[in-house]
Ligand binder design. Structure first.
Ligand SMILES: NC(=O)c1ccc[n+]([C@@H]2O[C@H](COP(=O)([O-])OP(=O)(O)OC[C@H]3O[C@@H](n4cnc5c(N)ncnc54)[C@H](OP(=O)(O)O)[C@@H]3O)[C@@H](O)[C@H]2O)c1
Length: 325
């Protein structure tokens, strides 16, 4: 495993997204023992960056990680997120990045994760009702107190990133980035390069489709969020399957799997990039982590880069309203 710096935070350049172990996908929360084995296998393979959030569950994903990391906390760069649970009464899926809410959130996350510090603490979504300077200031205080090591933002636009960074240096921005979703290339990536901020691409496997293993949505559970997602319906879905076939074709040439090719393409975009593929299965964490050893030629990278992005919005309308675009 190679390691890179997100600003001054060293992480494995392939991380592990833990969300699907508890939340969002078919099978989430049904086999905690396999999820814990997956975390342990990731650590054995040299993965250090592990990603969760208080909203995943809510809370159950942090609890699961707390269990998985007992006795192993020192091996991990543990990342979690605040801002999608309002602790003043409104509850889950309410934007709240006020300093008071962050103070309440951090105590809950520390307790559930079974630790006295969070290595990378992200604002999950920009809260338009709270100036980002106040949010950054609150995280700066947590850093001074030793409860947090580094500050991150998720799905923030260039202006927010600059304003936050002026108050408390931003270590990493976590945004969706993959062969399917390239929206950050034009305006966000240049700012990250300029300010020496790391990038943590989420959903790097196009929520499973880029792996070539999702061919139909029929077997998705009722609460699988992809059921209502524009990329997984009708004509869009058929076009996205055709794109996944292109990736599969190239993977066959390389002698790698499509998931590995999708990750290798991301890694080739810069040495400040550490994707966090999500899985709850040992076999897949082994496959995804092995992408560290897959090198694509300039011609192969160019072919992948010339593919069109996925058809359909990556979010439902309600979710898209929470993004800074
Ligand atoms: N900041 C944000 O707003 C935000 C939003 C979404 C996600 N995230 C973070 O990013 C992480 C990754 O994103 P994601 O989980 O949404 O999407 P993803 O990594 O693109 O895809 C995950 C899906 O692909 C499947 N999968 C993984 N590896 C596979 C392989 N080698 N072959 C076949 N299928 C495979 C997983 O199923 P199995 O689990 O069954 O293997 C799961 O259904 C999350 O865990 C979370 O930590 C952050």
């Amino acid at each position: 495993m190679h390691y890179i710096n997100l600003r001054d935070l060293e992480v494995s350049r392939i991380g592990l997204g833990a969300m699907g172990m508890s939340h969002g996908y078919t099978g989430s929360g049904t086999d905690d023992a396999e999820s814990i084995r997956t975390v342990h296998r990731a650590l054995e393979l040299g993965v250090t960056l592990i990603d969760t959030a208080e909203i995943y569950g809510p809370y159950t994903n942090e609890e699961l990680l707390g269990q998985a990391l007992k006795g192993r906390r020192d091996q991990v760069v543990l990342a979690t997120k605040f801002g999608l649970v309002s602790h003043s009464g409104e509850g889950a899926w309410n934007l709240d990045s006020t300093p008071a809410n962050i103070r309440a959130a951090v105590e809950g996350s520390l307790k559930r994760l079974g630790t006295d510090h969070i290595d990378l603490y992200y604002q999950h979504r920009v809260d338009k009702n709270t100036p980002i300077e106040e949010t950054a200031g609150a995280v700066a205080e947590l850093i001074q107190e030793g409860k947090v090591r580094a500050f991150g933002l998720s799905e923030a636009g260039p202006d927010t990133i600059r304003r936050a960074h002026a108050v408390q240096p931003v270590t990493a921005v976590q945004s969706e980035y993959s062969l399917f979703t390239r929206g950050i290339e034009e305006r966000v990536l240049p700012v990250l390069r300029e300010l020496n901020i790391g990038l943590v691409p989420f959903s790097p496997l196009g929520r499973g489709v880029l792996t070539g293993t999702v061919r139909s949505t029929d077997a998705f559970a009722e609460d699988d969020f992809r059921r209502g997602n524009p990329r997984f319906t009708g004509e869009n879905f058929q076009r996205n399957l055709a794109l996944a076939d292109e990736v599969k074709g190239l993977a066959d040439e390389v002698g790698a799997t499509p998931a590995q090719v999708a990750l290798a393409w991301l890694l080739a975009q810069g040495d400040f990039i550490a994707p966090i593929p999500g899985t709850k299965r040992v076999s897949r964490v082994e496959e995804n982590t092995a992408a560290d050893a897959v090198t694509l030629t300039a011609e192969q990278l160019a072919r992948l880069s010339s593919l069109p992005p996925a058809a359909g919005d990556t979010h439902t309308e309600a979710q898209a309203r929470m993004l800074e675009r």
